[in-house]
Design a protein around this ligand. Structure first.
Ligand code: MLT
Length: 407
C-alpha cells in the first residue's frame, strides 16, 4: 500500500497564491465582462532587458549548430555565470564570495524550499510572521512542525513582525537552529540595517545556527546605507547562505534563473557536534537532483552584468519603483498607513479590517487583485500587500478604482 507522508495533512488546503488564483478565476467566471487588474502575486509584466534577449537569441543559435551545441551543463551552473555573479553581486560590494560557492538554479523559491532537507528533522526553526509561505510550508512537509492551530504551526518559533518593531523581527529569546530572513522583505517591504543584521549574525555564531537569507528583492534597494547581501556583514560566511533571483531583477519569472551562495566556511553539525561544511552536502544534493539551468537562460542571466544589461536592469527596477511610489501616495491619501514601496516593490497596507474581507471588497468593487496579509501569517491579519509589478497605466487605473471603491 502506498502511504502518504501525513505531514501533508497538516498543510492548509492550498498554497496562498493558488488560493488567490482560484478566487479570482471564480470571480472572473461570474463576471466575464469585468476587467481585472492584478497587483497580487509579484509577477513582472515588462519584457526581458534587450541585452538579455540578444544573449538568449545568440545562445539559442549556438544550440542550432552541431559545432556549438551543448548538452548537459555543469549542475552548479556554467563558470561564465558563476564568475560574473561572484564578481558583480558580491566582490564589487566588498563581500568575499568566490565563483565555486555559487549554485545556479531555476528559482529562489525552489532553493529556499529545498535546502531544509539537509537538516535534521528535530531542529528548531525560526520563521518570521508574516512570511513568504514557502519557508514554513516546506518545513511542515518535512515534519518539523506540529499541527496548525489558531493560525500557527506548533513547535515553530515565530518571529513577530509588527508595526511596533517596524516589521523587523527581534532576536528569539530561545535558541533556534535555523533562521529564515528575507530583506527587502516579502511581504512587508521592510528593510534591515547593517547594525540589525549584525545582531543576527552574532546570534547565529553564538548558537551555531544557520541563517537562510533571501535577498530576491535586493535590486530594489536605493538607500546606499542598506546592506544588499548578508555577506556584507563580518563573519556571515560562517553562519549564512543567501538566495537571489533574476525573476524580479530582470523579468525572469517565466524564464527561470536564480542562485544560492553557500560559503565554504558555513558549517553544519552532526549529533556528536562534529562539524561539516554545508557546501559539500548542497553540492551532493544539487548534482543528484538537479541537471542545471538551460544554457541560453544562463547566457541571458549573464547579460544582466554587461554595461548595457546593468543599465536596462536599473531602468526596469526604477519603473516598478515609480509604480510603488504612486501606490504609496494613493494609499496614504486614503488615510491608510503603509510600509514598504521605497526599497521594495511591495507595499504593505494596514487595511483597518479583516484582510480577506478587504481583498474581496477590492476584487469585487474595484476589480483589483491584491494579496491578503493574513495569508502570510497571523501577524499579517488586518493588512493587504499590493505589488508594484504591472504597467503604469494599469497601476494608475487600479488606484483610481480603489479610490472610488473606498469613497
Ligand atoms: C510573491 O508574490 O510573493 C512572489 O512572486 C512569489 C514568488 O516569488 O514565488
Amino acid at each position: 500500500m502506498i502511504r502518504l507522508n501525513e505531514n501533508y495533512l497538516k498543510l492548509q488546503s492550498s498554497y496562498l497564491f493558488s488560493e488567490i488564483s482560484k478566487r479570482v478565476a471564480l470571480f472572473q467566471k461570474e463576471n466575464p465582462g469585468k476587467e481585472i487588474i492584478r497587483l497580487g502575486i509579484g509577477d513582472v509584466t515588462r519584457a526581458l532587458p534587450k541585452a538579455c534577449i540578444e544573449a538568449f537569441h545568440k545562445a539559442t543559435d549556438e544550440m542550432a549548430d552541431d559545432a556549438t551545441f551543448r548538452g548537459y551543463g555543469p549542475e552548479q551552473g556554467y563558470d561564465f555565470l558563476r564568475e560574473a555573479i561572484a564578481r558583480e553581486d558580491f566582490q564589487a560590494r566588498g563581500a568575499e564570495i568566490n565563483a565555486d560557492e555559487v549554485f545556479v538554479s531555476d528559482g529562489a523559491k525552489c532553493d529556499t524550499g529545498n535546502i531544509q532537507e539537509l537538516f535534521a528533522g528535530d531542529i528548531r526553526i525560526a520563521i518570521p510572521d508574516p512570511v513568504y509561505p514557502v519557508y514554513i510550508d516546506t518545513n511542515v512537509m518535512a515534519g518539523r512542525t506540529g499541527n496548525y492551530n489558531d493560525g500557527r504551526y506548533e513547535g515553530v518559533v515565530y518571529l513577530d513582525c509588527t508595526r511596533e518593531n517596524h516589521f523587523v523581527p527581534e532576536l528569539p529569546k530561545e535558541t533556534v537552529d535555523l533562521i529564515y530572513l528575507c530583506f527587502p522583505n516579502n511581504p512587508t517591504g521592510a528593510t534591515i540595517t547593517k547594525t540589525e543584521l549584525e545582531k543576527w549574525v552574532d546570534y547565529a555564531k553564538k548558537n551555531k545556527s544557520l541563517i537562510i537569507y533571501d535577498a530576491a528583492y535586493e535590486e530594489f534597494i536605493r538607500d546606499e546605507e542598506l546592506p544588499r547581501s548578508i555577506f556584507e556583514i563580518k563573519d556571515a560566511r560562517e553562519v549564512a547562505i543567501e538566495s537571489r533571483s533574476y525573476s524580479k531583477t530582470a523579468g525572469f519569472t517565466g524564464t527561470r534563473c536564480a542562485y544560492t551562495v553557500i560559503p565554504k566556511e558555513c558549517m553544519v553539525y552532526d549529533a556528536s557536534c562534529g562539524k561539516h561544511p554545508l557546501h559539500g552536502f548542497w553540492n551532493r544534493r544539487h548534482t543528484t537532483k538537479f541537471n542545471g539551468v538551460s544554457y541560453p537562460v544562463q547566457r541571458a542571466a549573464e547579460a544582466t552584468y554587461s554595461e548595457e544589461g546593468k543599465k536596462q536592469v536599473k531602468e526596469l527596477s526604477n519603473y516598478y519603483l515609480e509604480n510603488a511610489k504612486l501606490i504609496r501616495q494613493a494609499v496614504t491619501g486614503l488615510c491608510l498607513a503603509c510600509t514598504g514601496g521605497e526599497n521594495s516593490p511591495y507595499i504593505w497596507v494596514d487595511s483597518l479590517r479583516d484582510s480577506w474581507e478587504f481583498f474581496s471588497m477590492l476584487l469585487t468593487e474595484a476589480g483589483v487583485v491584491t494579496t491578503p496579509g493574513a495569508g502570510f501569517g497571523r501577524c499579517g491579519q488586518g493588512f493587504i500587500r499590493i505589488s508594484a509589478f504591472n504597467s503604469r497605466a494599469n497601476v494608475e487605473k487600479a488606484l483610481a478604482r480603489i479610490k472610488e471603491a473606498l469613497k
